[in-house]
Design a protein around this ligand. Structure first.
Ligand code: FES
Length: 150
């Protein structure tokens, strides 16, 4: 069953796993993440709950600073619900790929609207430039628009 646009905002994951929630026209809300790595493999500070930019316009990348409102970011309707994936290595980690997407690896639940069957191999790649035609996933558009980490 498909749900309408706007149904994603208040949808909560049911488990206590590390999880990523897709906010309509806004950031990724990540809960319970222990390991956030920059593009050189360095550990970044993380908290119990963080908001990661996916519009590409934040001045505080990789974190959301509210710029998605200024640039009128549209995430589109995501025909998906939750996909639970398990990384072979076990650790739940989100890595920033240089001038590219978030690489998500490990037992991290991806939450959105309904149960129409989003599936994601592990690892999977979430757009953070805002230009993907296949949101929330990266489709390589970051190269065409010249997205940078800065
Ligand atoms: S990060 Fe947006 S298309 Fe790759």
């Amino acid at each position: 069953m498909m749900s309408g646009e706007g149904s994603l905002k208040r949808k909560l994951c049911m488990s206590e796993k590390v999880k990523i929630e897709l906010m309509d026209d806004g950031p990724l809300i990540v809960s319970g993440l222990q390991s956030l790595e920059d593009s050189t493999g360095g550990e970044m500070e993380t908290r119990k709950k963080i908001a990661l930019c996916r519009c590409g316009a934040s001045n505080d990348k990789p974190f959301c600073d509210g710029s998605h409102r200024e640039v009128d970011f549209k995430s589109g309707v995501v025909p998906a619900a939750r996909s639970s994936v398990s990384c072979k290595e076990g650790n739940a980690v989100i890595r920033l790929l240089e001038n590219g997407p978030y690489e998500v690896c490990g037992d991290i639940e991806l939450c959105s609207g309904d149960d129409s069957g989003l599936s994601a191999d592990n690892p999977y790649y979430l757009c953070r430039c805002g230009a993907s035609e296949n949101k929330p996933f990266c489709d390589g558009s970051h190269k065409q628009i010249g997205f940078t980490d800065k």
